[in-house]
Design a protein around this ligand. Structure first.
Ligand code: XMP
Length: 514
């Protein structure tokens, strides 16, 4: 059986990143809740076990814990809360730190083997910390392997058994050598085989989808974005003609999007594509609504209504609905496995589904990150112009018009957005940016055009770099590019007299504005 790493999710926002790092090392990994029993875990046959971080204190009430039996099954790595738990159940001391350690810290490696193989003895390395509690004393059988510069315990290992702990987060990009630490655990300590690839993923999913669907008809909602396209291509590979793709023109799409999607899917994939014109239906469901979560909820429900109607109109008794849900959508809408992570916003294809809908969901990409999805897309033979597209959210322009969505506001935003993207492509910057889009703000400001006073809309431009949408930095455009785009928008889009650029990273902002 192929190597696989079990990750128990104690509620950290970064748990998915642990899975991602392990899979980048080409080892399969899955995330499960900390309530899995020792028997269940033994049955699952992990090659190694990682205990994630989490927001709790090991001394808190009703906090998730770990059965000491877990430490007997396979090598274990505890990260942050995971390390504190190991310290706690093995008889070490964990104390509530007077001051939280949050952000960049320096670490001095005391043992350059095990997790730190390849590091120099006493080497100082930059790591990222995010914790309130400290490991005050290591359990008796444990040896400290790294300390923070203030001499506190930052990593330990059992003297004879393969049990390791780190207080810092090796999974985040801000710990530059974190991948080495994870590889040392996965390969050096667990002796896992690097056999997990896009090709292996496709084969696995194709088998699962065939088994799940049997002879049933399946429909897939296409948005024209990368995720739903890859999901459709994958399900198409599994069940061919049993799949019908439905592209809903929500009226919330960008300029020329509908034509592009029709062309790409019919020409490139030869898929059975039904296009539904539902602009009026979506707009009327959004009339008068200004609350962001309420907008998302209504859009999610309208999608399902439209799919149900389209499926019966096409004479389909489809039982399954394919969605291109990704890991970040799942983690930010709710913890994927019932763990205690917080909801940031309800992505329509996860939290906004209608209760009682008749479809069962197939979400073959639910465990993947965007760049993994792109690799799967390439492996499935999708064209680069599609695979390399910037992400576009299911709720479309509706969550980029702050406040009420009207036909007029859509028109203004569509034009501004299309000029913005054109400017970025002309400057040759499209592929350097994770995602770029315009946002229409619900404020007006004073301007002067010709000799006349104007009192018009403000358009905000957003562009970010990111690896997976979980964290993001704003993109530092050359000023001349921004200036040219701003002046084109004001000159060519009626009703806009001011353009601003968003310079907030995620966190604390999110990428979309609603
Ligand atoms: P945020 O705004 O949460 O966005 O930082 C992270 C990434 O997710 C995309 N996004 C969505 N995608 N349905 C989607 O399919 C949604 O409801 C949704 N909301 C946000 C967003 O565009 C960014 O790439």
């Amino acid at each position: 059986m192929a190597s696989r790493i079990l990750i128990l999710d104690y509620g950290s926002q970064f748990t998915q990143l642990i899975a991602r790092r392990v899979r980048e090392a080409r080892v399969y990994s899955e995330i499960h809740p900390p309530t899995r029993t020792v028997d269940w875990v033994r049955e699952w046959k992990p090659t190694g076990i990682i205990l994630s971080g989490g927001p709790n204190s090991v001394y808190g009430e009703d906090v998730p814990s770990a059965d000491p039996g877990l430490l007997e099954i396979a090598p274990v790595l505890g990260i942050c809360y995971g390390m504190q738990l190991i310290a706690h159940i093995e008889g070490g001391g964990v104390t509530r730190g007077g001051r939280r350690e949050y952000g960049r810290a320096a670490l001095v490696v005391e043992r350059s083997d095990g997790l730190f193989a390849g590091f120099e003895p006493l080497e100082s390395v930059v790591v990222w910390m995010s914790h309130g509690d400290h490991v005050e004393t290591a359990p008796a059988e444990y040896e400290v392997t790294a300390r923070s510069t203030n001499a506190s315990i930052a990593a330990f290992q059992h003297r004879t058994r393969p049990i390791y702990g780190v207080l810092f987060h090796p999974e985040v990009a801000h710990t530059p050598r974190g991948s080495e630490v994870i590889s040392n655990f996965v390969f050096g300590i667990c002796s896992a085989e690097p056999s997990w690839t896009a090709g292996a993923f496709i084969q696995d999913e194709v088998d699962k989808i065939r088994k799940l669907c049997g002879d049933s008809k399946v429909i897939c909602g296409l948005s024209g974005g990368v995720d739903s396209s890859v999901a459709a291509a994958l399900v198409n590979r599994a069940i061919g003609a049993q799949l019908t793709c439905i592209f809903v023109d929500t009226g919330l799409l960008r300029a020329h999007e509908r034509e592009q999607v029709e062309r790409t899917f019919r020409a490139h994939l030869g898929l059975d594509l039904v296009v539904v014109d539902a602009g009026e239906r979506f707009l009327s469901s959004l009339a008068g609504v200004t609350d962001p979560e309420e907008k998302r909820r209504r859009i999610g429900h309208t999608f399902i209504d439209v799919f149900e109607d389209a499926a019966s109109a096409a004479g389909h008794d489809a039982n399954f609905l394919v969605q291109g849900t990704l890991y970040p959508d799942v983690i930010e809408s709710a913890s994927p496995n019932g763990g205690p992570s917080q909801t940031i916003k309800t992505h329509h294809n996860v939290g906004g589904l209608k209760p009682g809908m008749k479809f069962r969901l197939i979400e073959p990409l639910r465990e993947l990150f965007k760049d993994e999805v792109r690799n799967v897309g390439r492996e499935l033979g999708l064209p680069e112009e599609l695979v390399g597209r910037h992400p576009f959210p299911g709720p479309g322009l509706a969550i980029r018009i702050l406040g009420e969505v009207t036909p007029e506001s859509l028109e203004v935003l569509r034009r501004a957005d299309s000029i913005y993207l054109e400017g970025i492509r002309e400057a040759g910057l499209y592929n350097d940016i994770w995602q770029a889009f315009a946002v229409l703000l619900p404020v007006r400001s004073v301007g002067v055009m010709g000799d006349e006073r104007t009192y018009d809309n403000v358009v905000a431009l957003r562009a970010v770099t990111s690896q997976d949408g979980m964290t993001a930095d704003w993109y530092p455009f050359p000023p001349a590019t921004l200036a040219a785009i701003s002046s084109r928008i004001i000159n060519e889009v009626d009703g806009v007299n001011r353009v601003v650029y968003a310079v907030s990273s995620k966190p604390p902002a999110t990428i979309e504005w609603e």
